[in-house]
Design a protein around this ligand. Structure first.
Ligand code: KIV
Ligand code: ZN
Length: 553
């Protein structure tokens, strides 16, 4: 049971690791999921929806690890926040609910979130069930979940296109069976704010048990019409006290409601809403960075709150106004969301302890060999770059927390390129047995030459899907960040059609360096490492990698 709530508290239910991970290409390893979950816990979310355990044994294990770990560890630099509830998703079926129950069992506070579609189109074409059958299944499965876990949430999938009276009937039935959170998904992002608000008002008014505090109402919106945040806020105005959101708004298709936008709207317009969240807003940019690094989904520069330009004032009139008074063109201070641009953190005279402590504060707690190796890289960077900011450290080391199996390591790289002549790269990689491998290749440009040399050595059945470089900070000595995505290709060189039919798994690599060619090479090798580990796992299990093959939810 998670009731009661202070009347002015809006619970933040983060589904980055579940709905967010359903973004095309966002597949995360278990270690990465744990890292993101730790970041969410630092941020102060109330609920972490950690995954969908019935999807695969790996998903189940990832949720279990998060349940066992997150909220049970000290957080560097500040008092431990209240541990988040760890939630697992389940279809309204016994096997799914059993998997979810077993995954959240080690949590201090676990939750099962079960769902069943209710709209006419889903009832008729997907479920082939009558209204009565839907009510009966929802009722039975919530009871089944409640017998295994104290805290049960129910979602009528596609509620946005469901007849309101039928919704009231289903929701009243599941409250009677012990559901304490009723989540109302606008699954396909179809509703308009006034419609969604009216739907929520109707639920608050008509569903038995809501008015007398037996269950709280939750909002869950998708951004197909760009209205997810507006709909979410309309739901809150109508009485919802839980919002389901993802960091950077990532998620299925056009994405989910963005956590940072809703949290800051509630904060900046507190006079309108009169509501509070438990989010430490100074962690918003860091968490955004962590999620984009891990998922490989780059945040657009003009993204509200966490985009690179969110606090940049370009026009002369705006700059003049800002100099006279910040509030002329700024509705919140950048520091409030952790976007201070001038945090000088460390220099070349800093010691390892100070470096380690700063990384831990940034949510990258490294020890032993990992810390020593990171410190060496930091020193090398400090020789080349005068001022090292938090943003540099996050870009360089954000992927260090996760322990991953490494097949190939970049040892050395020499590149020649110019206006005339052929760009040439010589690459030395070390394999997992410690053997060095060297190859030289030419290419259409320096990156192409490096990737060709790496391909020759690694010989992975991979094709490049995406490649991007961004500057992390300003100035000519800026750190460059590379993001690479690869996918497996069939033996004949074409993308595997069987995989494409379900969901093409892609593998992401990220790296940062003052030298963008080095960053690109590291990112490419990291992506290939992941692909190779996944393919071996697939071979071992005699089939496709379950973690990567999701049934559409
Ligand atoms: O959008 C949706 O309907 C969902 C449910 C599973 C809650 O994500
Ligand atoms: Zn959803």
């Amino acid at each position: 049971m998670t009731l009661p709530l202070a009347p002015d508290h809006v619970r933040i239910f983060d589904t980055t690791l579940r709905d967010g991970e359903q973004s095309p290409g966002a597949t995360l390893t278990s270690a990465e999921k744990l890292d993101v979950a730790r970041g969410l816990s630092r941020l102060g979310v109330d609920v972490i929806e950690a995954g969908f355990p019935a999807a695969s044994p790996d998903d189940l294990e990832a949720v279990r690890t998060i349940a066992r770990t997150v909220g049970c560890e000290p957080v560097a630099g500040r008092p431990a926040p209240a541990p988040p509830i760890v939630c697992a998703l389940a279809r309204a079926a016994e096997a799914d609910i059993d998997a979810a129950a077993s995954a959240v069992a080690p949590a201090r506070h676990g939750r099962i979130h079960t769902f069943l579609a209710t709209s006419p189109i889903h009832r008729e074409h997907k479920l082939r069930m009558s209204r009565a059958e839907v009510v009966e299944r929802a009722r039975r499965m919530v009871g089944y979940a409640r017998a295994r876990c104290e805290d049960v949430e129910f979602s009528p999938e596609d509620a946005g296109r469901t007849e309101p009276e039928f919704l009231y009937e289903v929701l009243s039935a599941v409250i009677a069976e012990g559901a304490t959170t009723l989540n109302i998904p606008d699954t396909v992002g179809y509703t308009l704010p006034q419609e969604y608000g009216a739907l929520l008002e109707g639920i608050v008014r008509h569903v038995r048990g809501v008015a007398d505090g037996k269950a709280i109402v939750s909002v869950h919106c998708h951004d197909d019409l760009g209205l997810a945040v507006a709909n979410t806020l309309a739901g809150v105005r109508a009485g919802a006290r839980q919002v389901e959101v993802t960091v950077n708004g990532i998620g299925e298709r056009a994405g989910n409601t963005s956590l940072e936008e809703v949290v800051m709207a509630l904060r900046v317009r507190r006079a309108v809403f009169g509501l509070e969240t438990s989010i430490d807003t100074t962690q918003l940019c860091r968490t955004s960075k962590l999620v984009s690094t891990r998922t490989g989904i780059v945040v657009q520069p003009n993204k509200a709150i966490v985009g690179a330009n969110a606090f940049a004032h370009e026009s002369g009139i705006h700059q003049d106004g800002m100099l006279k008074h910040e509030e002329t063109y700024e509705i919140m201070r950048p520091e409030t969301v952790g976007a201070g641009r001038t945090q000088l953190v460390l220099g070349k005279h800093s010691g390892r302890a100070a470096f380690g402590a700063r990384l831990a504060e940034l949510g990258i707690p490294l020890t032993g060999g990992a810390l020593a190796e990171a410190f060496e890289r930091f020193k090398a960077l400090a020789e080349k770059k005068k001022t090292i900011l938090d943003a540099d450290l996050l870009a360089l080391f954000a992927d260090r927390g996760a322990e991953e199996e490494v097949r190939w390591t970049l040892e050395d790289l020499v590149v020649t390129s110019g206006l005339h002549g052929m760009p040439t790269a010589t690459v030395r990689l070390r394999d997992s047995a410690g053997e060095p491998h060297v190859h030289a290749a030419v290419g259409t440009g320096p990156v192409d030459a490096v990737f060709s040399a790496v391909d020759h050595i690694v010989a992975a059945p991979a094709e490049l899907v995406d490649f991007a470089i961004n500057a992390v900070t300003e100035g000519e000595d800026a750190v460059g960040e590379a993001s690479v995505r690869v996918r497996a290709r069939a033996a004949d060189g074409r993308p595997d059609p069987q995989r494409n039919a379900v969901r093409t798994p892609t593998f992401h690599g990220h790296a940062a360096d003052v030298d963008v060619i080095v960053a690109s090479t590291r990112a490419y090798v990291a992506a290939l490492n992941r692909l190779l580990v996944a393919l071996d796992l697939e071979r071992e299990r005699g089939g496709r990698v379950p973690e990567l093959v999701r049934e559409a939810i």
